[in-house]
Design a protein around this ligand. Structure first.
Ligand code: ADP
Ligand code: MG
Length: 360
C-alpha cells in the first residue's frame, strides 16, 4: 500500500475521534510531499490534549508525531502556565488553532533546549501548526519505550536513577532555565536504562512568577515516586534546595559529588545531639523520629510561600504582614539558600548595607 493510502486509512479512523481535521491532514500530506515523512501509522498514545503517532522517514527511521487537538476547551486550564510569560504578554488569541500552534512551538523550543543541554529528550525535527515531529524514543522495531510509571525497573538501578533524576531537574533549571511543570513518572520514558524527559509544552521559564510552585510540585512527584520504590531521597525541601541553589560547593566538587554528600548526611548534628543526651533511645527510634521530622518539615515546606528571588520580589511590608497573619510560612529560596523569612530579612538588610557601602 502507498504511504498515501496508509495515512488516509488511519486519518479517517482518527477523524472519527475528532483529531485529524482536514487542515491537520493537509499538513501531514505536505510533510509526505516534502519527504520529511513517508507514513503516519499506529497511534502510540491518545491524550486529553494531544495524540502521538508513530511515523517513518523515507530512510526508514522511526519518528514520533505529536498532534495537538484544536478544541478550545482543552486549553482553558492552561492559563496558569501562560500568565506571567513574556512570550504571551499580549494574551493569546481566542482562536484555538493559533493557541495550539503556540503550544506546539513552545514544546519544540523547550525540547531543543533540553537536547542542547545534554539532557535525554527527543530531538524535535519540525513543527507545523499543531503537528510536532520528533525523534522516536523506542526500539528498532518501532515499539515506544515505556513511561517510568509502567517500566520494570531493576531494583539495583533505583537509587542511581533517582540521582540522575535530581541532576536532570537541576540542569534543566540552571542550564535550560526551565521548570518542567508537569514532571512525573507519566512524562518520563525509561529508555535503554536511562531517563528521557518528554511533554514540555507547558514548561515555564525559571523566572516565571509561579516557577517555584511548579518546581516544588515536580520535585514532590519525583520524591514520592522514587521514595515508594525504596530509594534514599533527599526529602522535598532539601531536594528543592539542591535544585535551586546557585552554587553548590566552594571547591571543585561536581554536582553529583555534592548530591552524594547530601544524601550521606543522614542525621543532622542538632538532632544527633538531642538523641545522644538520651541514652535509652535505639537506632530504630532515631530513624522513626527523623522520618517524622522530615515529614513535618516537608509538609510545612509544601504549604509555604516561596517568592521567586529575594532581590526581585522582596517586599518587607507585604511579607511581614503575610507572616503575621500566621497561616502560611514564608521561605526565601535561591539567592541565599532556603531560609525562614526572619533570617532573610537580616540577610537582605546586610546586603543592602554592603551595596550602599560599595556605591559610595
Ligand atoms: P500528553 O501527555 O500531552 O498526551 P506526551 O508528550 O506526554 O503528551 O505524550 C504522550 C505519550 O506518547 C507518552 O506518554 C509516550 O508514551 C508517548 N510519546 C511521546 N513522545 C514520544 C517519543 N518521542 N517517542 C516515543 N513515545 C513518545
Ligand atoms: Mg504526558
Amino acid at each position: 500500500p502507498s504511504a498515501h493510502a496508509n495515512l488516509k486509512d488511519k486519518s479517517d479512523r482518527a477523524t472519527n475521534e475528532q483529531v485529524l481535521d482536514p487542515r491537520t491532514r493537509l499538513i501531514l500530506f505536505k510533510m509526505i510531499g516534502r519527504e520529511l515523512i513517508t507514513e503516519v501509522n499506529g497511534c502510540i498514545s491518545t491524550g486529553k490534549e494531544a495524540n502521538v503517532y508513530h511515523g517513518l522517514t523515507p530512510a526508514g527511521k522511526h519518528l514520533a508525531i505529536k498532534i495537538y487537538k484544536t478544541s478550545i476547551l482543552i486549553f482553558k486550564d492552561r492559563d496558569k502556565y501562560v500568565t506571567g510569560e513574556y512570550r504571551f504578554r499580549r494574551g493569546y488569541s481566542r482562536n484555538p488553532r493559533k493557541m495550539v500552534r503556540l503550544w506546539a512551538e513552545k514544546e519544540m523550543r523547550n525540547l531543543k533546549r533540553l537536547v542542547t543541554a545534554g539532557i535525554n529528550a527527543p530531538d524535535p525535527l519540525e513543527v507545523r501548526e499543531n503537528v510536532l515531529v520528533m525523534d522516536f524514543v523506542g526500539d528498532s522495531e518501532g515499539w515506544a519505550s515505556p513511561r517510568l510509571k509502567d517500566a520494570k525497573l531493576p531494583s539495583e538501578a533505583v537509587q542511581s536513577l533517582y540521582i540522575d533524576m535530581v541532576l536532570i531537574v537541576r540542569r534543566m533549571f540552571h542550564v535550560c532555565k526551565l521548570v518542567h511543570a508537569d514532571l512525573s513518572e507519566y512524562n518520563i520514558l525509561y529508555h535503554n536504562g536511562q531517563l528521557w524527559i518528554i511533554d514540555v509544552s507547558q514548561s515555564v521559564e525559571h523566572d516565571h512568577p509561579a516557577a517555584f510552585d511548579f518546581l516544588r510540585n515536580d520535585i514532590k512527584n519525583i520524591e514520592d515516586f522514587f521514595g515508594r520504590l525504596g530509594a534514599q531521597c533527599l526529602g522535598l525541601r532539601r531536594c528543592f534546595e539542591f535544585v535551586t541553589k546557585e552554587k553548590l560547593s566552594e571547591d571543585a566538587s561536581t554536582d553529583d559529588m555534592v548530591l552524594n554528600t547530601w544524601l550521606e548526611e543522614k542525621i543532622d548534628p542538632k538532632q544527633e545531639e538531642s538523641f545522644t543526651s538520651n541514652q535509652t533511645v535505639t537506632a530504630g527510634e532515631i530513624d522513626l523520629s527523623k522520618q517524622k521530622d522530615q515529614a513535618h518539615e516537608d509538609s510545612v515546606f509544601l504549604h509555604s510561600f516561596i517568592p521567586r528571588t529575594l532581590n526581585e520580589v522582596f517586599d518587607p511590608e507585604r511579607d511581614v504582614e503575610r507572616l503575621n497573619q500566621g497561616d502560611r510560612n514564608l521561605i526565601y529560596a535561591d539567592t541565599i539558600g532556603l531560609v525562614p523569612a526572619e533570617d532573610a530579612v537580616v540577610e537582605l538588610s546586610r546586603r543592602r548595607v554592603a551595596n550602599q557601602d560599595s556605591s559610595l
